[in-house]
Design a protein around this ligand. Structure first.
Ligand code: MN
Ligand code: MN
Length: 467
C-alpha cells in the first residue's frame, strides 16, 4: 500500500502542474546570494526614484563596467560594450555578441518611470495664507493613497538662460518633505459617502509647501512670495521658470525589508525599477555573449509609451539600425531575428483581495519570476500575445537553468487589465514575451516585492542574454 501511495505521488509530479513556493526549492547558496543581491537593489531604489536618476545611476554603473557612449558611425566588434543615453530619460546598454548580428539580438526592455504627482507648469499658489503646488498625476493611481504621506521633490528646472538645475529635496534625513492634505474624519461625512475613486479628485492633489509669510508684510500673497524667495536664493529661479521644469513629487519613503523574516521589500516604484535593476545588473555583468545583448530602460511606460523617450518612438529602432549598419547588416534583418523579454511587473495574488484573481492563473509571492504570455484587457485587446513556440522556448530556457518561475495573468477576465511595452516591440517583428516580478499594492506609493522573485528575475535575464 505504501508503494502504491509513492507511485501516485510520482504520477502527480509527472503529470500535474506543480505550484511550488520557491523556498521549498531554493538552495542555501542561492538563498544567500538572493539576500545579498537585494541589498544592492534597495540602494538603487533609494537613489533612483525617477527616470532621470535611474539613467544617471545606470550610466555610472555601465561606465564602471567598461561601457562607452555610442555614437552613430562608430566601428563595432564582438565584445564591445556600449550605451546610448536618450535625453537623460531612457538608456540603452548593449554588448556586441560573437555571432553575426543577423542572428538577432537578445532584448530586455524595462521601464524606469513610475506613477507619481507631476507639478503643473504654473504650480505655485497661495490660498488662505498657505503655499501650495498644483499637480497633475502621472500614470494610473488611486488618488486617495497619495494624501497624508511624506513627499519628496525630484526633477529639473530649465531657467530662462537655458541652464538646467537638478532638484532633489526630501530624501536626506535633514531635508524637509511635502504633503497632500486630507479631510479629518470628523468633517468627512460627505466625502466618505463618495465612491473611492471620487473621494479625492485630481485637482485636490495639492501639495502643501509652506506657511510662513514675510515678517512685517501683511499683504496677501506674502507666503507665496516668501517661498519663491527661498527658491530664488537656493536655485536662482523665478516663478516663470516652472514653465520649463519637470518636477515630480514622489513618496519620501526609503526602501525597507518587510516582515519579521525580511523576505520582502517595500519601496516606491518597484514597477518597474525591479525589472530595470535586475536587467541592468545582468547586462552589466554579462561577459562575451553569443548574441548581441540590448537592454533598454525606457521612460513613459506609465502614460502609454508615447513621446521620444517612450517605446512607441523610434529610438530603439534607430539604435538597432545604427549598430546593424556598423556590423554590416540592416535594422530590419536584425529585428526580425531578435527575441525580447518585455521586463515588467505583474500583479501578485493578494489574500485580502482574492476576488479579482483567478487562482489557477495568478502569480504568487515567492513562486518566482512571472512569465506572462499575454496582457491586455477585454478579449486580449492591446496585447502582442507571445506565440506558443516562443513561450515554449522561454519555458525550456527557465527550466534548463533551474530558474524558479511561474505563469500569471493580470487578474480575472474582464476584471480590468493592463499592458506593457511588449506590444510595441513585438510590432517591430520581434518575438516578445512578458517576464517580471509579482508585486503587491502595484502603483501604490509603497509597493511590495519578494526578494526571491526579484533575484529570480535577475537570474532569468542573466540566462536569456547569455543564451
Ligand atoms: Mn510596469
Ligand atoms: Mn505600471
Amino acid at each position: 500500500m505504501a508503494e502504491k501511495k509513492d507511485e501516485i505521488k510520482k504520477l502527480k509530479e509527472k503529470l500535474l502542474v506543480q505550484h511550488k513556493n520557491g523556498y521549498h526549492v531554493i538552495s542555501d547558496k542561492m538563498f544567500k546570494a538572493c539576500d545579498k543581491f537585494c541589498e544592492g537593489y534597495k540602494d538603487f531604489m533609494n537613489k533612483a526614484k525617477i527616470e532621470r536618476e535611474a539613467v544617471i545611476y545606470s550610466i555610472e554603473l555601465l561606465k564602471k563596467k567598461g561601457f562607452v557612449e555610442y555614437e552613430k558611425g562608430m566601428a563595432l566588434k564582438a565584445g564591445d560594450k556600449i550605451y546610448r543615453n536618450n535625453r537623460g530619460k531612457s538608456v540603452i546598454a548593449s554588448i556586441i555578441g560573437t555571432s553575426p548580428i543577423e542572428k538577432g539580438v537578445r532584448l530586455c526592455a524595462a521601464h524606469i518611470d513610475s506613477p507619481r504627482l507631476d507639478l503643473k507648469q504654473n504650480p505655485l499658489y497661495e490660498d488662505t495664507e498657505l503655499a501650495l503646488f498644483k499637480t497633475h498625476y502621472y500614470g494610473g493611481i488611486k488618488k486617495y493613497q497619495w494624501t497624508t504621506i511624506p513627499l519628496a521633490l525630484h526633477g529639473v528646472i530649465v531657467k530662462a538662460d537655458g541652464t538646467s538645475i537638478s532638484v532633489n529635496i526630501g530624501e536626506d534625513e535633514n531635508d524637509p518633505v511635502f504633503c497632500v492634505t486630507d479631510l479629518l474624519p470628523h468633517l468627512a461625512t460627505a466625502q466618505m459617502q463618495k465612491p473611492l475613486a471620487k473621494g479625492i479628485t485630481g485637482e485636490q492633489l495639492n501639495i502643501l509647501i509652506g506657511s510662513r509669510p514675510f515678517k512685517n508684510d501683511e499683504e496677501s500673497g506674502s507666503v507665496k512670495l516668501a517661498i519663491i524667495d527661498i527658491l530664488n536664493k537656493k536655485y536662482g529661479i523665478t516663478e516663470a521658470d516652472f514653465v520649463s521644469s519637470e518636477l515630480e513629487a514622489v513618496p519620501a519613503f526609503k526602501a525597507k525589508d518587510i516582515g519579521f523574516d525580511r523576505s520582502m521589500i517595500g519601496a516606491y516604484g518597484h514597477d518597474d525599477k525591479v525589472c530595470a535593476y535586475t536587467a541592468l545588473i545582468a547586462t552589466a555583468e554579462c561577459k562575451k555573449p553569443k548574441h548581441t545583448v540590448v537592454t533598454i530602460l525606457t521612460d513613459k511606460e506609465e502614460t502609454g509609451s508615447d513621446g521620444n523617450t517612450g517605446l512607441r518612438s523610434s529610438y530603439l529602432e534607430y539604435f538597432i539600425a545604427d549598430i546593424a549598419a556598423a556590423l554590416g547588416s540592416d535594422g530590419r534583418t536584425v529585428l526580425s531575428a531578435s527575441e525580447c523579454l518585455s521586463a515588467d511587473v505583474n500583479a501578485a495574488f493578494d489574500p485580502t483581495f482574492p476576488e479579482v484573481n483567478e487562482r489557477n492563473n495568478s502569480a504568487y509571492i515567492n513562486h518566482g519570476v512571472v512569465v506572462t504570455k499575454y496582457t491586455g484587457a477585454r478579449g486580449k485587446a492591446g496585447t502582442s500575445d507571445a506565440s506558443a513556440e516562443f513561450t515554449g522556448r522561454v519555458r525550456r530556457l527557465m527550466d534548463s537553468n533551474n530558474i524558479i518561475w511561474q505563469t500569471g495573468e493580470l487578474g480575472k477576465v474582464d476584471e480590468g487589465g493592463g499592458g506593457t511595452v511588449a506590444a510595441y516591440i513585438a510590432n517591430l517583428d520581434v518575438d516578445t514575451i512578458d517576464l517580471g516580478v509579482p508585486v503587491l499594492s502595484m502603483h501604490a506609493p509603497y509597493e511590495i516585492v519578494s526578494k526571491l522573485d526579484t533575484y529570480m528575475a535577475y537570474k532569468a535575464f542573466e540566462v536569456f542574454i547569455a543564451d
